[in-house]
Design a protein around this ligand. Sequence first.
Ligand SMILES: [Fe+2]
Length: 513
Amino acid sequence: MSLPPVQERKPIKDLQKVFHYTDTMSRKPTRDNDPYEYQAGFGNRHQSEVIPGTLPAGQNNPQEPRFGLYTEGITYSAFAAPRHANFSTYMYRVRPAAAHNGYKANIPHKSDIENCFLTLNPKVATLAEQGEWAPFPLPSDDQEIDFVDGLHTLGGSGDPNLREGIALYVYMINSDMDHRAFCNTDGDFLITAQLGNLDIQTELGKIFLQPGEICVIPRGLRFAIRLGPGHNVARGYITEIWGSRWELPDLGPIGGHGLANPRDFLHPVAFIDENLHEDWAIVNKANGLYHAIEQDHSPFDLVAWHGNVVPYKYDLTKFSSQNATSIDHTDPSVNCVLTAASRDPNTPLADFLWFGPRWDVASNTFRLPYFHRNSATEFLASLYGNGLGRSDDFLPGGGSVEISHTPHGNFSEDYVYEMRNQVNEPRKILENQMTIMVESSRSFLFTEYARTGCGTFKDQGTDPKAWDALPDKFSAYPNIQKILQHAKEHKEARRQQLEIFYDDDRLAENASE
Ligand SMILES: [Fe+2]
Protein backbone atom coordinates (compact mmCIF):
# COMPACT_ATOMS: atom_id res chain seq x y z
CA MET A 1 0.00 0.00 0.00
CA SER A 2 1.39 3.38 -0.92
CA LEU A 3 0.94 6.29 1.45
CA PRO A 4 -0.31 9.64 0.17
CA PRO A 5 2.39 12.26 -0.37
CA VAL A 6 3.37 14.22 2.72
CA GLN A 7 2.06 17.76 2.77
CA GLU A 8 4.26 20.36 4.38
CA ARG A 9 3.04 23.57 5.91
CA LYS A 10 4.43 26.74 4.39
CA PRO A 11 4.79 29.85 6.54
CA ILE A 12 2.39 32.73 5.88
CA LYS A 13 4.21 35.91 6.76
CA ASP A 14 1.44 38.44 6.09
CA LEU A 15 -0.30 38.73 9.48
CA GLN A 16 -3.46 40.01 7.78
CA LYS A 17 -3.65 36.76 5.82
CA VAL A 18 -3.01 34.28 8.62
CA PHE A 19 -5.78 32.21 10.18
CA HIS A 20 -3.78 32.39 13.41
CA TYR A 21 -0.34 33.70 14.44
CA THR A 22 0.99 30.14 14.35
CA ASP A 23 0.60 30.17 10.54
CA THR A 24 3.73 32.35 10.48
CA MET A 25 5.64 29.29 11.82
CA SER A 26 7.70 31.80 13.75
CA ARG A 27 9.53 30.87 16.91
CA LYS A 28 9.57 34.51 17.99
CA PRO A 29 6.79 35.83 20.21
CA THR A 30 6.61 38.98 18.08
CA ARG A 31 6.19 39.74 14.39
CA ASP A 32 9.38 39.73 12.32
CA ASN A 33 9.57 43.53 12.03
CA ASP A 34 9.06 44.19 15.74
CA PRO A 35 12.40 45.61 16.90
CA TYR A 36 11.88 45.33 20.65
CA GLU A 37 12.39 42.87 23.45
CA TYR A 38 9.53 42.18 25.87
CA GLN A 39 8.64 40.43 29.12
CA ALA A 40 5.72 37.97 28.96
CA GLY A 41 2.82 37.49 31.37
CA PHE A 42 -0.34 39.14 32.63
CA GLY A 43 -0.80 40.83 35.99
CA ASN A 44 2.74 39.92 37.06
CA ARG A 45 5.19 42.16 38.82
CA HIS A 46 7.98 42.72 36.29
CA GLN A 47 11.42 44.27 36.64
CA SER A 48 13.98 45.51 34.17
CA GLU A 49 17.36 47.24 34.13
CA VAL A 50 19.37 49.01 31.43
CA ILE A 51 22.50 48.43 33.56
CA PRO A 52 22.50 45.17 35.55
CA GLY A 53 22.72 45.74 39.29
CA THR A 54 20.82 49.06 39.25
CA LEU A 55 17.76 47.76 41.09
CA PRO A 56 18.39 47.91 44.84
CA ALA A 57 18.63 44.44 46.38
CA GLY A 58 16.19 43.66 49.17
CA GLN A 59 14.65 47.12 49.38
CA ASN A 60 12.90 49.75 47.31
CA ASN A 61 14.20 53.03 48.65
CA PRO A 62 17.94 52.86 49.39
CA GLN A 63 19.76 55.72 51.07
CA GLU A 64 21.66 56.29 47.85
CA PRO A 65 20.44 54.57 44.67
CA ARG A 66 23.19 53.33 42.40
CA PHE A 67 24.74 55.70 39.83
CA GLY A 68 23.29 58.71 41.64
CA LEU A 69 19.76 57.91 40.43
CA TYR A 70 16.57 59.08 42.15
CA THR A 71 13.86 56.74 43.38
CA GLU A 72 10.37 57.65 42.22
CA GLY A 73 7.21 55.68 42.93
CA ILE A 74 3.95 55.70 41.02
CA THR A 75 0.79 54.25 42.50
CA TYR A 76 -2.25 53.15 40.58
CA SER A 77 -4.41 51.81 43.40
CA ALA A 78 -5.07 52.78 47.01
CA PHE A 79 -2.01 52.10 49.17
CA ALA A 80 -3.81 49.46 51.19
CA ALA A 81 -5.83 47.90 48.36
CA PRO A 82 -5.97 44.08 48.65
CA ARG A 83 -3.03 42.33 46.98
CA HIS A 84 -4.90 41.31 43.81
CA ALA A 85 -5.86 44.95 43.25
CA ASN A 86 -2.70 46.62 44.53
CA PHE A 87 -0.63 48.28 41.81
CA SER A 88 2.52 50.37 41.98
CA THR A 89 5.88 50.72 40.26
CA TYR A 90 9.25 51.93 41.52
CA MET A 91 11.39 53.82 39.03
CA TYR A 92 15.12 54.60 39.32
CA ARG A 93 15.72 57.64 37.14
CA VAL A 94 18.15 60.40 36.25
CA ARG A 95 15.87 63.26 37.37
CA PRO A 96 12.63 62.96 39.32
CA ALA A 97 9.46 64.01 37.47
CA ALA A 98 9.00 66.69 40.13
CA ALA A 99 11.98 68.55 38.63
CA HIS A 100 10.27 70.78 36.06
CA ASN A 101 9.74 74.41 35.12
CA GLY A 102 6.04 74.64 35.94
CA TYR A 103 2.60 73.91 34.52
CA LYS A 104 0.82 75.66 31.68
CA ALA A 105 -2.94 75.26 32.10
CA ASN A 106 -5.37 74.40 29.31
CA ILE A 107 -2.92 74.57 26.41
CA PRO A 108 -4.21 75.07 22.85
CA HIS A 109 -4.44 71.98 20.67
CA LYS A 110 -6.21 70.57 17.61
CA SER A 111 -7.77 67.49 19.20
CA ASP A 112 -11.48 67.12 20.00
CA ILE A 113 -11.46 65.94 23.59
CA GLU A 114 -14.71 65.52 25.50
CA ASN A 115 -14.77 63.65 28.78
CA CYS A 116 -17.98 64.77 30.49
CA PHE A 117 -20.62 62.24 29.50
CA LEU A 118 -23.49 63.36 31.69
CA THR A 119 -26.85 64.24 30.14
CA LEU A 120 -26.54 67.77 31.56
CA ASN A 121 -23.65 68.41 29.14
CA PRO A 122 -25.25 70.01 26.05
CA LYS A 123 -22.27 69.04 23.89
CA VAL A 124 -23.03 65.31 24.04
CA ALA A 125 -26.17 63.57 22.82
CA THR A 126 -27.68 60.15 22.58
CA LEU A 127 -28.25 58.48 19.22
CA ALA A 128 -31.80 57.47 18.46
CA GLU A 129 -30.82 54.53 16.29
CA GLN A 130 -27.90 52.70 14.73
CA GLY A 131 -24.97 54.85 13.74
CA GLU A 132 -22.20 54.19 11.28
CA TRP A 133 -19.03 56.03 10.38
CA ALA A 134 -17.22 55.80 7.06
CA PRO A 135 -13.44 55.71 7.66
CA PHE A 136 -12.40 58.58 9.91
CA PRO A 137 -10.52 61.26 7.93
CA LEU A 138 -6.74 61.19 7.93
CA PRO A 139 -4.87 64.47 8.38
CA SER A 140 -4.08 66.33 5.16
CA ASP A 141 -0.47 66.61 4.01
CA ASP A 142 -0.36 70.35 4.64
CA GLN A 143 -0.56 69.99 8.41
CA GLU A 144 1.47 68.09 10.97
CA ILE A 145 -0.75 66.26 13.41
CA ASP A 146 0.84 64.26 16.20
CA PHE A 147 -0.95 62.15 18.81
CA VAL A 148 -1.58 65.14 21.11
CA ASP A 149 -3.38 66.94 18.26
CA GLY A 150 -4.89 63.93 16.53
CA LEU A 151 -7.06 62.48 19.29
CA HIS A 152 -10.85 62.75 18.95
CA THR A 153 -13.48 61.54 21.39
CA LEU A 154 -16.45 59.78 19.80
CA GLY A 155 -18.61 59.04 22.80
CA GLY A 156 -18.78 57.64 26.25
CA SER A 157 -20.54 57.44 29.57
CA GLY A 158 -19.69 58.89 32.97
CA ASP A 159 -16.96 61.30 33.92
CA PRO A 160 -13.31 60.80 34.88
CA ASN A 161 -13.79 63.17 37.80
CA LEU A 162 -16.07 60.55 39.34
CA ARG A 163 -13.65 57.72 38.47
CA GLU A 164 -16.60 56.17 36.74
CA GLY A 165 -17.14 55.47 33.08
CA ILE A 166 -15.71 54.96 29.64
CA ALA A 167 -14.83 56.94 26.52
CA LEU A 168 -14.16 55.93 22.91
CA TYR A 169 -11.65 57.79 20.74
CA VAL A 170 -10.08 57.63 17.33
CA TYR A 171 -6.60 58.92 16.55
CA MET A 172 -5.39 60.00 13.12
CA ILE A 173 -1.80 61.23 12.94
CA ASN A 174 0.85 61.99 10.34
CA SER A 175 3.60 63.26 12.62
CA ASP A 176 5.78 62.09 15.51
CA MET A 177 5.47 63.55 18.98
CA ASP A 178 8.57 65.70 19.04
CA HIS A 179 9.94 66.37 22.51
CA ARG A 180 6.54 66.06 24.03
CA ALA A 181 5.09 63.21 26.02
CA PHE A 182 1.47 62.39 26.84
CA CYS A 183 0.22 61.52 30.31
CA ASN A 184 -3.37 60.47 30.84
CA THR A 185 -4.21 61.03 34.50
CA ASP A 186 -7.87 60.18 33.88
CA GLY A 187 -7.80 56.52 32.95
CA ASP A 188 -6.21 53.65 31.07
CA PHE A 189 -5.87 53.84 27.29
CA LEU A 190 -6.46 50.63 25.35
CA ILE A 191 -5.00 51.47 21.93
CA THR A 192 -5.97 49.44 18.86
CA ALA A 193 -3.84 50.08 15.78
CA GLN A 194 -5.82 50.05 12.52
CA LEU A 195 -3.53 51.74 9.99
CA GLY A 196 0.19 52.35 10.23
CA ASN A 197 2.76 51.06 12.69
CA LEU A 198 3.36 52.92 15.94
CA ASP A 199 6.59 53.18 17.85
CA ILE A 200 5.48 53.90 21.40
CA GLN A 201 8.07 55.02 23.91
CA THR A 202 6.94 54.80 27.52
CA GLU A 203 8.73 55.56 30.74
CA LEU A 204 9.18 51.81 31.25
CA GLY A 205 10.41 51.05 27.73
CA LYS A 206 9.34 50.74 24.10
CA ILE A 207 6.41 48.99 22.45
CA PHE A 208 5.96 48.47 18.70
CA LEU A 209 2.31 48.35 17.66
CA GLN A 210 0.92 47.21 14.31
CA PRO A 211 -2.60 46.81 12.89
CA GLY A 212 -4.11 43.80 14.62
CA GLU A 213 -2.25 44.51 17.86
CA ILE A 214 -3.50 46.32 20.96
CA CYS A 215 -1.68 47.93 23.84
CA VAL A 216 -2.74 49.21 27.24
CA ILE A 217 -1.09 52.23 28.85
CA PRO A 218 -1.99 52.55 32.53
CA ARG A 219 -3.16 55.84 33.99
CA GLY A 220 -0.36 58.18 34.99
CA LEU A 221 2.46 56.71 32.89
CA ARG A 222 4.12 58.99 30.35
CA PHE A 223 4.52 58.01 26.73
CA ALA A 224 5.35 59.39 23.29
CA ILE A 225 3.94 58.03 20.04
CA ARG A 226 5.92 58.07 16.83
CA LEU A 227 5.23 56.55 13.43
CA GLY A 228 6.96 53.27 12.68
CA PRO A 229 9.67 53.10 9.99
CA GLY A 230 8.22 53.60 6.51
CA HIS A 231 4.87 54.86 7.77
CA ASN A 232 3.75 58.45 7.39
CA VAL A 233 0.19 58.17 8.64
CA ALA A 234 -1.62 56.15 11.29
CA ARG A 235 -5.16 55.64 12.50
CA GLY A 236 -6.63 53.62 15.32
CA TYR A 237 -9.11 53.36 18.15
CA ILE A 238 -8.78 53.98 21.86
CA THR A 239 -11.01 52.80 24.67
CA GLU A 240 -10.42 54.70 27.88
CA ILE A 241 -11.82 53.45 31.17
CA TRP A 242 -12.26 55.46 34.36
CA GLY A 243 -12.18 53.81 37.78
CA SER A 244 -11.52 50.34 36.42
CA ARG A 245 -8.71 48.37 34.79
CA TRP A 246 -8.42 45.87 31.96
CA GLU A 247 -8.28 42.26 33.15
CA LEU A 248 -8.38 38.85 31.54
CA PRO A 249 -11.89 37.39 31.70
CA ASP A 250 -12.45 34.34 33.90
CA LEU A 251 -12.71 31.20 31.81
CA GLY A 252 -15.21 29.14 33.84
CA PRO A 253 -15.64 25.62 32.44
CA ILE A 254 -13.22 26.39 29.59
CA GLY A 255 -10.47 25.78 32.15
CA GLY A 256 -7.04 27.31 32.51
CA HIS A 257 -6.22 28.09 28.88
CA GLY A 258 -7.83 29.66 25.85
CA LEU A 259 -9.04 33.02 24.54
CA ALA A 260 -6.21 35.50 25.20
CA ASN A 261 -3.54 33.51 27.02
CA PRO A 262 -1.59 35.36 29.75
CA ARG A 263 1.87 34.56 28.32
CA ASP A 264 1.01 36.35 25.07
CA PHE A 265 0.84 39.74 26.81
CA LEU A 266 4.17 41.50 26.35
CA HIS A 267 5.65 44.19 28.58
CA PRO A 268 8.57 46.45 27.67
CA VAL A 269 12.11 46.36 29.03
CA ALA A 270 13.86 49.42 30.49
CA PHE A 271 15.13 51.95 27.96
CA ILE A 272 16.93 55.26 28.54
CA ASP A 273 17.07 58.16 26.06
CA GLU A 274 20.51 59.04 24.67
CA ASN A 275 19.93 62.77 24.94
CA LEU A 276 18.86 63.44 28.49
CA HIS A 277 19.25 67.22 28.59
CA GLU A 278 16.78 68.59 26.07
CA ASP A 279 13.59 70.59 26.51
CA TRP A 280 10.43 68.54 26.81
CA ALA A 281 6.74 69.18 27.41
CA ILE A 282 4.58 66.63 29.22
CA VAL A 283 0.96 67.01 28.09
CA ASN A 284 -1.29 65.88 30.94
CA LYS A 285 -4.89 64.98 30.18
CA ALA A 286 -6.83 65.70 33.38
CA ASN A 287 -10.66 65.71 33.36
CA GLY A 288 -10.49 66.00 29.60
CA LEU A 289 -8.29 69.11 29.55
CA TYR A 290 -4.69 69.37 28.40
CA HIS A 291 -2.15 70.94 30.77
CA ALA A 292 1.54 71.01 29.90
CA ILE A 293 4.54 70.55 32.19
CA GLU A 294 7.73 71.99 30.74
CA GLN A 295 11.12 70.66 31.71
CA ASP A 296 14.73 70.70 30.55
CA HIS A 297 15.26 66.94 30.71
CA SER A 298 13.87 63.83 29.07
CA PRO A 299 10.99 62.05 30.82
CA PHE A 300 12.42 58.82 29.43
CA ASP A 301 15.41 58.62 31.75
CA LEU A 302 14.83 55.40 33.68
CA VAL A 303 17.77 53.07 34.23
CA ALA A 304 15.66 50.48 36.08
CA TRP A 305 12.15 49.82 37.33
CA HIS A 306 10.08 47.16 39.05
CA GLY A 307 6.39 46.89 39.65
CA ASN A 308 3.01 46.02 38.20
CA VAL A 309 1.94 49.35 36.74
CA VAL A 310 3.37 48.49 33.33
CA PRO A 311 2.12 49.04 29.78
CA TYR A 312 1.65 45.93 27.68
CA LYS A 313 0.70 44.78 24.23
CA TYR A 314 -1.12 41.81 22.71
CA ASP A 315 -1.30 40.47 19.15
CA LEU A 316 -4.94 39.71 18.35
CA THR A 317 -3.86 37.09 15.78
CA LYS A 318 -2.81 34.96 18.79
CA PHE A 319 -6.38 34.79 20.14
CA SER A 320 -7.26 31.18 20.93
CA SER A 321 -10.89 31.11 19.83
CA GLN A 322 -13.45 28.83 21.53
CA ASN A 323 -16.95 28.21 20.24
CA ALA A 324 -19.86 25.80 19.72
CA THR A 325 -18.77 22.40 18.40
CA SER A 326 -22.21 20.78 18.13
CA ILE A 327 -25.15 23.18 17.84
CA ASP A 328 -26.24 26.78 18.35
CA HIS A 329 -24.39 30.00 18.99
CA THR A 330 -22.06 30.57 21.88
CA ASP A 331 -22.66 34.08 23.19
CA PRO A 332 -20.14 36.60 21.77
CA SER A 333 -18.66 37.01 25.25
CA VAL A 334 -16.61 33.95 24.27
CA ASN A 335 -14.59 36.34 22.09
CA CYS A 336 -13.65 38.57 25.04
CA VAL A 337 -9.99 39.57 25.02
CA LEU A 338 -10.02 41.89 28.03
CA THR A 339 -12.75 42.97 30.42
CA ALA A 340 -13.07 45.95 32.76
CA ALA A 341 -15.20 45.57 35.86
CA SER A 342 -17.85 48.09 36.90
CA ARG A 343 -19.12 48.71 40.43
CA ASP A 344 -21.89 46.19 39.66
CA PRO A 345 -20.36 42.78 40.44
CA ASN A 346 -22.53 41.13 37.77
CA THR A 347 -21.98 43.51 34.86
CA PRO A 348 -18.67 44.67 33.37
CA LEU A 349 -18.08 48.30 32.50
CA ALA A 350 -16.75 47.10 29.14
CA ASP A 351 -15.57 44.02 27.29
CA PHE A 352 -13.08 44.27 24.45
CA LEU A 353 -13.90 41.58 21.88
CA TRP A 354 -12.16 40.00 18.91
CA PHE A 355 -13.79 38.84 15.68
CA GLY A 356 -11.21 37.15 13.51
CA PRO A 357 -10.70 33.99 11.47
CA ARG A 358 -12.08 30.77 12.95
CA TRP A 359 -13.84 27.55 12.11
CA ASP A 360 -17.64 27.53 12.10
CA VAL A 361 -18.86 23.99 12.76
CA ALA A 362 -22.31 24.12 14.41
CA SER A 363 -24.72 21.57 12.95
CA ASN A 364 -28.42 22.08 12.24
CA THR A 365 -27.94 25.68 13.26
CA PHE A 366 -28.54 29.03 11.65
CA ARG A 367 -24.92 30.10 11.88
CA LEU A 368 -25.14 33.81 11.26
CA PRO A 369 -25.72 36.12 14.21
CA TYR A 370 -29.39 35.96 15.17
CA PHE A 371 -31.49 39.12 15.49
CA HIS A 372 -30.97 40.72 18.85
CA ARG A 373 -31.63 43.66 21.10
CA ASN A 374 -28.59 43.69 23.34
CA SER A 375 -28.85 45.38 26.74
CA ALA A 376 -25.25 46.53 26.19
CA THR A 377 -23.96 49.17 23.77
CA GLU A 378 -21.92 47.70 20.90
CA PHE A 379 -19.20 49.70 19.14
CA LEU A 380 -17.70 47.81 16.22
CA ALA A 381 -14.66 48.70 14.15
CA SER A 382 -13.01 46.85 11.29
CA LEU A 383 -9.21 46.80 11.46
CA TYR A 384 -8.77 45.12 8.07
CA GLY A 385 -10.71 42.96 5.64
CA ASN A 386 -14.39 43.21 4.85
CA GLY A 387 -15.73 43.71 8.38
CA LEU A 388 -18.02 40.75 9.10
CA GLY A 389 -19.94 41.46 5.89
CA ARG A 390 -22.06 43.91 7.88
CA SER A 391 -22.63 46.40 5.09
CA ASP A 392 -20.85 47.85 2.09
CA ASP A 393 -20.15 50.98 4.12
CA PHE A 394 -18.64 49.27 7.16
CA LEU A 395 -15.04 49.70 6.13
CA PRO A 396 -11.66 49.44 7.90
CA GLY A 397 -11.02 52.67 9.77
CA GLY A 398 -14.70 53.48 10.31
CA GLY A 399 -17.08 52.20 12.92
CA SER A 400 -20.64 51.44 13.89
CA VAL A 401 -22.65 51.61 17.06
CA GLU A 402 -25.83 50.19 18.44
CA ILE A 403 -26.73 51.63 21.81
CA SER A 404 -28.65 49.55 24.35
CA HIS A 405 -31.60 47.60 22.97
CA THR A 406 -31.27 48.89 19.41
CA PRO A 407 -32.78 46.09 17.32
CA HIS A 408 -30.33 44.70 14.78
CA GLY A 409 -28.94 41.63 13.10
CA ASN A 410 -27.33 40.59 9.90
CA PHE A 411 -28.76 42.45 6.93
CA SER A 412 -26.83 41.05 4.02
CA GLU A 413 -28.09 38.85 1.23
CA ASP A 414 -26.08 36.10 2.92
CA TYR A 415 -28.70 36.06 5.61
CA VAL A 416 -31.53 35.11 3.27
CA TYR A 417 -29.31 32.60 1.51
CA GLU A 418 -28.23 30.98 4.79
CA MET A 419 -31.85 30.56 5.86
CA ARG A 420 -32.42 28.31 2.87
CA ASN A 421 -28.99 26.74 2.59
CA GLN A 422 -28.95 24.17 5.39
CA VAL A 423 -25.22 23.52 5.51
CA ASN A 424 -23.65 21.30 8.11
CA GLU A 425 -20.10 21.28 6.79
CA PRO A 426 -17.35 22.90 8.83
CA ARG A 427 -16.05 26.03 7.20
CA LYS A 428 -13.55 28.77 7.89
CA ILE A 429 -15.13 32.16 8.41
CA LEU A 430 -13.85 35.73 8.72
CA GLU A 431 -10.62 34.88 6.90
CA ASN A 432 -8.30 37.79 6.09
CA GLN A 433 -10.21 40.12 8.35
CA MET A 434 -10.19 41.42 11.89
CA THR A 435 -12.93 43.34 13.64
CA ILE A 436 -13.04 44.51 17.23
CA MET A 437 -16.00 45.32 19.42
CA VAL A 438 -16.23 47.35 22.60
CA GLU A 439 -19.31 46.13 24.41
CA SER A 440 -20.35 48.26 27.36
CA SER A 441 -23.17 48.09 29.88
CA ARG A 442 -23.34 51.90 29.61
CA SER A 443 -25.70 53.78 27.34
CA PHE A 444 -23.41 56.09 25.41
CA LEU A 445 -23.64 59.79 24.63
CA PHE A 446 -21.88 60.99 21.47
CA THR A 447 -19.76 64.06 20.89
CA GLU A 448 -20.14 66.83 18.35
CA TYR A 449 -17.03 65.45 16.65
CA ALA A 450 -18.67 62.04 16.26
CA ARG A 451 -22.01 63.44 15.04
CA THR A 452 -20.84 66.24 12.76
CA GLY A 453 -17.19 67.25 13.16
CA CYS A 454 -15.62 64.14 11.65
CA GLY A 455 -17.80 64.42 8.55
CA THR A 456 -18.15 60.66 8.09
CA PHE A 457 -21.17 59.94 10.28
CA LYS A 458 -24.43 58.49 9.02
CA ASP A 459 -27.08 58.66 11.73
CA GLN A 460 -28.81 55.67 10.26
CA GLY A 461 -26.41 52.76 10.06
CA THR A 462 -28.41 50.62 7.71
CA ASP A 463 -31.28 51.47 5.41
CA PRO A 464 -34.23 49.67 7.04
CA LYS A 465 -35.27 48.65 3.53
CA ALA A 466 -32.54 46.01 3.90
CA TRP A 467 -35.07 44.11 5.99
CA ASP A 468 -37.44 43.94 2.99
CA ALA A 469 -35.38 40.95 1.93
CA LEU A 470 -36.84 39.20 4.96
CA PRO A 471 -40.57 39.01 4.16
CA ASP A 472 -43.40 37.90 6.41
CA LYS A 473 -43.44 34.20 5.59
CA PHE A 474 -45.73 33.40 8.50
CA SER A 475 -48.79 35.05 6.90
CA ALA A 476 -48.22 33.10 3.73
CA TYR A 477 -48.12 29.74 5.52
CA PRO A 478 -50.98 27.51 4.21
CA ASN A 479 -54.22 27.96 6.21
CA ILE A 480 -52.42 30.00 8.89
CA GLN A 481 -55.58 31.96 9.80
CA LYS A 482 -57.51 28.69 10.34
CA ILE A 483 -54.62 27.32 12.43
CA LEU A 484 -54.65 30.45 14.59
CA GLN A 485 -58.45 30.25 15.04
CA HIS A 486 -58.19 26.56 15.93
CA ALA A 487 -55.48 27.28 18.51
CA LYS A 488 -57.67 30.03 20.02
CA GLU A 489 -60.71 27.77 20.30
CA HIS A 490 -58.58 25.00 21.77
CA LYS A 491 -57.21 27.40 24.39
CA GLU A 492 -60.70 28.66 25.30
CA ALA A 493 -62.03 25.11 25.69
CA ARG A 494 -59.08 24.23 27.91
CA ARG A 495 -59.64 27.37 30.02
CA GLN A 496 -63.28 26.39 30.56
CA GLN A 497 -62.28 22.85 31.55
CA LEU A 498 -59.82 24.19 34.13
CA GLU A 499 -62.16 26.77 35.62
CA ILE A 500 -64.00 24.11 37.61
CA PHE A 501 -60.96 23.61 39.83
CA TYR A 502 -61.17 27.22 41.13
CA ASP A 503 -64.88 26.92 42.09
CA ASP A 504 -65.64 24.95 45.31
CA ASP A 505 -69.37 24.64 44.51
CA ARG A 506 -68.80 23.26 41.02
CA LEU A 507 -66.11 20.90 42.29
CA ALA A 508 -68.50 19.52 44.97
CA GLU A 509 -71.29 19.24 42.41
CA ASN A 510 -68.99 17.42 40.06
CA ALA A 511 -67.78 15.03 42.79
CA SER A 512 -71.36 14.08 43.78
CA GLU A 513 -72.32 13.13 40.24
FE1 LIG B 1 -24.98 43.07 17.99
